[in-house]
Design a protein around this ligand. Sequence first.
Ligand code: NAP
Length: 486
Amino acid sequence: MSKVELRTPELFRERCFVGGNWLDAGSHETLTVDNPATGEVIGRVPNFDGQDTAQAIAQAEQAFRTWRATTATERSNVLWRWHQLLEEHVDDLAAIITLEQGKPLAEAKGEVQYASAFIKWFAEEARRSYGETIPATKPNQHIIVTRQPVGVCAAITPWNFPAAMITRKAGAALAAGCTIVIKPAEATPFTALALAYLAQQAGIPSGVINVITGAPEEIGAVLTASPTVRKLSFTGSTAVGRKLMAQCAQNIQKLSLELGGNAPFIVFDDADLDRAVQGLMASKFRNTGQTCVCANRVLVQSSVHDAFVEKLTEAMKTLTLGNGFHEDVNQSALINYAAVEKVVRHYNDAIGQGAQRVAGVAPDGSNGSYVAPVLITGVTPPMQMCQEETFGPLVGIMRFETEEEAIRIANDTPYGLAAYFYSRDVHRVWRVADALESGMVGINDGALSNPAAPFGGVKASGLGREGSRHGMQEYQELKYLCMGGE
Ligand code: NAP
């Protein structure tokens, strides 16, 4: 591990965690993991395959027999302990996130707190998993509905939130009484392994959480072909989600998909422009533009367009690009060079179609994984940056004239994860909130993620919800008991 001293060095693990054992690569190759800020190798993890995946599933199956029989209070207590350990190790966990993912250290700390809040939330929810009774249709009959854990679950997670995307799934699964096999992204396995280490320290029994690293297609194929695995929860791109959904059809596996977005951010003429700028800064530049809920298409009503652009230009002067470990840095390296190339492609396409740069530096791919924030105006819907997630610090402003036009443009996408708008007219607020086709709507707020609220999308942005009481129900089956009587 390169140039970062951890207070608890045991958190940095180059082994997989299966059935309570830490497994080295053995006869397998290893995968190297780089620091995106420097390109330096920070460590290696096993390149496990289908056979190893099958072993992890078997361990999770064995553990499920006893974990499912624990009481809600027992599960809640052990999840609380896990949550506390994340809080105690926030600095080390944040350092691991910044090291492998690149995000600024302050944001990495924020992610650890966000991640640990999911565990706390589900520790609480575990105890409130109520069933129901239904008035019977025959004399002396009783109709009762209970909730049962679905069984062994699988989670495949992305690199952009290496801690939170795991706890949002594992917290819910464990609270419900399920066991889980997790495959983290190749770029960010060390956060996942540190979380597994703390789960073990917290007393979560062997086999309840398993983390394997390695070949994504092969691991995914085994997880989805296994009749033992009853649910897959995937967060990542829509392209991979689509493939996995088809694979899950074989065994009719339950499925949650948290996929890509293409968030509209609409500023109406009655908006508080300062708040709107503040909201856009929070939504667009978090994780240097690499979140699924980042504002991707900024629509500003004509009469406030110039004032908004002026204020945004000013606000963007507070952005400082650099290594995420350096103080004052709030924009860091992108995850890899392919991510840089996407921003450059979107920028060149927009400029080629008539957009103008008004602030920041034109991205040209000449600064390794670093891209400086850039603001352009004159953006139109056919441009690539409006069709796909940019996943980088490029902001493009589109003008619109009427509310109807803004809603039509906002909904004209196959995606529907987050949407944002700013308005002070209460009638407009309800109209627009109802009309937007997305799973989540930020109204005069640019930061909507919260463990208490259901996170998820519609259309090609996915299926199911994470967080909130709904998040745990994704890991449960309803069982209807019909008791006849004399
Ligand atoms: P990705 O390429 O789809 O990868 C996500 C995960 O899937 C990684 O663990 C990856 O493994 C694995 N994977 C890749 N191909 C696979 C296959 N054929 N079978 C099984 N697993 C496979 O996405 P990403 O680039 O990491 O993440 C960015 C995307 O995630 C963006 O579109 C973003 O919007 C979305 N996202 C959505 C949410 C949400 O809640 N809706 C949250 C965060 C991110 P390797 O890393 O080993 O390739």
